[in-house]
Design a binder for this molecule. Structure first.
Ligand code: ADP
Ligand code: MG
Ligand code: MG
Length: 882
């Protein structure tokens, strides 16, 4: 006996998504809870996988299971597939486990041919409807199965509209539509060399194969790559009896979300079109009506729809995205799924569902994808700024974007890859434009509504979009757009505001983000749940303040070298580096001391009450010196001029010194605590600056927690030595100032030897901070700059590495060293505090790992603090669940 490849809707349920796909599983679930779903069956994803395993052939036994399933639909509907009097028509719909809107193909009205169309016309007494369905069927089948280009059909349809002198295809008469059908059939004969297949069983077989094939069309492959959906899970196929929204003005079709997917507000949000079928709404053929006006059109249907959508939301406990059709005043539900939403909507929906008592705080937290929050923590348009608004469309996806306008997805992609910021401007978008949307800053369309393809995809990607901006006249032939009589060529700088729908000429000023009330509430819940502390990396008081505003519980990494790069200080820093003797160096250090003291004073003050971890000087000294090539050019010029002897001598000395300091391999060279070992006076000055600032603040009554961090340690003796230098500075300052304060001294773990000997190193450390940028470089032996530019892409493509190890922590390798470091370190020093300050500290997956191995804190950039807080809470929730 062969496997069970076919499930009637009533045989399935929501939990069978792997086998039935998301659409099939939900159709089954809705059938079983008694919603008005047209009957049908699902062919499993397993059948699709077998089809590929068999070299693109239908698996044995599949076809035999389809007959009885069709029979079941026939019984339920009282119609017969292929019958010339009362024909059953079906849709053949794709549906993978993860929703991939519009990525694969669907065929409607299958089962029509020259005979059954007459039966349909007679049984419905509506020839116009019958021929409209027929021409749609041939068009979809021709496009999807026979691969005749969509626009060739559109041309024939356009001609018919012109001939009859109407604007919309819903106005075409039965006679005109018959002509269109004949035109379509001739087109197919011409393009494929065979007539359009009239046998309904053959149509069905070919359509099923085409859905399987569509799993591997280009746009589906791209979509899977962008959304990290595996390639080997296949799609299911749903065969479902048709209901008709194109039966006249008491019929229609629509899409609605149970809440607003842009803002999360609890209002029904959607659109519909009367006398239309399937894709008409999303494809932006006509601009649809807002769902609210359905109430005026038909009160009873509207009430039924509201009730159904409420019960669907209650059943799935999440915001739903629902497709429906009204056939002669009767409502049918064709699809439901958890609706895609923007980050602000995701937050608001989760928080409100929790407040409504539908989900718990833990569930609310688990529902937010931390990476998606990125878009909320970005800058947006300054509402105070004066703007040249040239048009207005629908606010389809919030946020603001500026860029050069382009009219073609390929061009958008090409320019995007060169680093240009572009806006993709189209009449409407289709799934074939996905690569261009990805590369663009934002999307602007002249047609289509809030549920159009462009809007859905943009919201999901977090890109701003303005849709249905009817003032745009796009001329693809000349690459221009005309608005109110003014023509703008490709490359003109435009801005869009997806929150209000405004289209603006030129760039616009942007401002920093603020957290919404719901976001703050959610973060409050995250704070209750998480055990990891979240600190920020900040080098100056301004960033420190931002970090505080976003809820950082201290500074995990304050880099002192950025303070040295100040143009006013560089000459003094160079004086320090170039000094030939200790007394000479001390002159320069004495000048730097008060400057550093001010730096630390500002940061410690902003972070009153919280720890501030200050790392002593880390980069190789030659980074502060002039560039060798430039010096050589200067010297050559001076030599040619021959009159400025003194200047020439100075430069030559400088060049010698710079050359002497330059290294073969600076990453592994004279840097980090190696500088402290060779020039302890530099670290002594920095420690003194930290403690002088501390003493001042203590006198002012400010609570401070300075933590001095020694970088790049490989041996406990380095740390012990530099610890002593630091402690001496503290003693001296306390004695001089007559105050006491507490402080800690720790080290970064960023070289394998430090992790391997963590038990020794911990005897001289109060804390460890994993510097995972360098630890990744030194563990893999990759120089980051070289790897990312040259060979890392090949490693990812060939699946040697699953992720870029500089973005997502390499748990197996680098992670093993970290685990060892934590364990050995705490064994030797039970009070040891352990954190992470590499960029991984802001990456959700890496944060989960940090939670698992028992770190005390993560530290990341100020803008990522909320993301880290949420990820830390999610890690706590999921480890509790295990
Ligand atoms: P997608 O995954 O792209 O949304 P669908 O399979 O949901 O594709 O179908 C495309 C359109 O056709 C949708 O608007 C859907 O509601 C409509 N449709 C699908 N099956 C039927 C049916 N049996 N009767 C009427 N409309 C249908
Ligand atoms: Mg759908
Ligand atoms: Mg480092």
């Amino acid at each position: 006996m062969s496997k069970k490849f076919v499930y009637l809707f009533r045989e399935g349920q929501a939990s069978m998504r792997d086998l039935l796909g998301g659409k099939g599983a939900n159709l089954a679930e809705m059938t079983n809870i008694g919603l008005p779903v047209p009957p049908g069956f699902t062919i499993t994803t397993e059948a699709c996988n077998d089809y590929y395993a068999l070299g693109r052939n239908l698996p044995e036994g599949l076809w035999e299971q389809i007959g009885p399933a069709l029979g079941d639909i026939e019984k339920a509907t009282g119609k017969k597939f292929g019958d010339k009097d009362n024909p059953l028509l079906v849709s053949v719909r794709s549906g993978a486990k993860f929703s991939m809107p519009g990525m694969m193909d669907t065929i409607l009205n299958l089962g029509l041919n020259d005979e059954t169309v007459e039966g349909l016309a007679a049984s419905t007494q509506n020839a116009r409807f019958a021929y409209d369905s027929y021409r749609r069927f041939i068009q979809m089948f021709g496009d999807v199965v026979l691969e005749v280009e969509h626009h060739e059909f559109e041309r024939i349809l356009e001609e018919a509209k012109e001939k009859q002198n109407v604007n919309y295809d819903s106005e075409l008469t039965a006679e005109s539509l018959k002509g269109v059908v004949e035109g379509y059939k001739r087109l197919i004969q011409r393009r494929t060399g065979s007539p359009f297949p009239l046998d309904p069983m053959k149509q069905l077989e070919q359509a099923i194969l085409a859905v399987f094939r569509s799993w591997n069309n280009d746009r589906a492959i791209v979509y899977r790559r962008i959304n990290s959906i595996p390639d080997n899970i296949g799609t299911a196929v749903n065969v479902q009896s048709m209901v008709f929204g194109n039966m006249g003005n008491d019929s229609g079709t629509g899409v609605a979300f149970t809440r607003n997917p842009s803002t999360g507000e609890r209002v029904l949000y959607g659109e519909y079109l009367m006398n239309a079928q399937g894709e008409d709404v999303v494809a932006g053929i006509r601009t649809p009506q807002p769902i609210k006006s359905l109430e005026d059109e038909n009160k009873a249907i509207y009430a039924q729809f509201v009730e159904t959508s409420n019960s669907l939301e209650a059943h799935y406990r999440d915001m739903q995205d629902i497709e429906f059709t009204i056939e002669r005043g009767r409502l049918y539900i064709l699809q439901t799924r958890n609706g895609k939403r923007t980050a602000p909507a995701a937050i608001r929906v989760a928080v409100e569902l929790c407040r409504e008592g539908v989900i718990s705080k833990e569930e609310a937290i688990a529902r937010i994808e931390p990476g998606q929050l990125d878009q909320l923590l970005h800058r947006r348009m300054d509402s105070e700024a004066k703007l040249e608004v040239i048009a207005k469309g629908l606010p389809a996806s919030p946020g603001a974007a500026s860029g050069k306008i382009v009219f073609d997805a390929d061009e958008a992609e090409r320019l995007g890859h060169t680093g240009e910021r572009v806006l993709l401007v189209r009449t409407e978008t289709t799934p074939d434009d996905i690569h261009g949307i990805l590369a663009a800053q934002g999307i602007l369309t002249s047609r289509g509504g809030m549920t159009s393809h462009a809007a859905v995809v943009a919201r999901h990607m977090g890109k701003p979009a303005v849709c249905g901006c009817e003032a745009l006249r796009i001329d693809y032939a000349h690459n221009t757009v005309t608005i109110d009589g003014v023509t703008y060529p490709e490359g003109t700088l435009f801005s869009i505001d997806g929150t209000t729908g405004r289209v603006i000429k030129g760039a616009v000023p942007m401002i920093d983000p603020e957290l919404s009330e719901e976001f703050k509430e959610l973060l409050g819940w995250a704070d209750e749940i998480r055990t990891l502390k979240v600190l920020a990396n900040a080098d100056n008081p301004r960033d420190a303040q931002k970090a505080r505003d976003f809820g950082a519980q201290g500074i995990g990494l304050c880099r002192t070298e950025h303070m040295f790069m100040d143009p006013a200080r560089i000459p003094i820093v160079q004086e320090m580096i170039l000094a030939q003797t200790l007394p000479e160096r001390e002159v320069a250090l004495a000048k730097l001391l008060p400057m550093q003291e001010e730096d630390f004073y500002g940061i410690l003050k902003v972070m009153a009450g919280f720890p501030v971890t200050i790392r002593l000087l880390d980069p190789p000294l030659h980074e502060f010196l002039p560039n060798v090539e430039e010096l050589v050019v200067d010297i050559t010029k001076l030599k040619l001029q021959g009159d400025r002897e003194e200047e020439l001598n100075e430069k030559e000395v400088l060049l010698r010194k710079v050359r002497a300091l330059s290294e073969m391999n600076p990453m592994l060279g004279h840097r980090g605590c190696r500088l402290g070992i060779t020039f302890p006076e530099i670290y002594a000055m920095q420690a003194r600056a930290i403690f002088q600032a501390s003493a001042r603040l203590v006198k002012e009554g400010c609570e401070i927690h300075p933590e001095v961090m020694i970088p790049l340690v490989i041996h406990v003796k380095e740390l012990a030595k530099l610890r002593k230098v630091t402690e001496e500075a503290a003693q001296t300052v306390m004695a001089e100032q007559g105050v006491t304060f507490s402080y800690t001294i720790g080290t970064m773990i960023e070289v394998p030897r430090a992790a391997l000997t963590a038990d020794e190193v911990a005897t001289a450390a109060d804390f460890f901070s994993f510097g995972t940028n360098d630890l990744t470089q030194t563990t893999l032996g990759f120089s980051r700059d070289d790897a990312e530019g040259k060979f890392l892409p090949a490693y990812l493509e060939q699946n040697i590495l699953e992720h870029n190890p500089f973005a997502v922590l390499d748990r197996i390798g680098v992670g093993k060293l970290m685990k060892m470091g934590v364990q050995l370190g705490r064994e030797a020093n039970p009070g040891l505090k352990v954190g992470i300050c590499g960029e991984h500290g802001g990456d959700p997956s890496s944060i989960e790992f940090c939670h698992q191995i028992g770190l005390n804190y993560v530290s990341c950039s100020p803008f990522r603090v909320p993301i880290a807080c949420l990820a830390a809470a999610q890690a706590a929730v999921s480890s509790k669940g295990q």
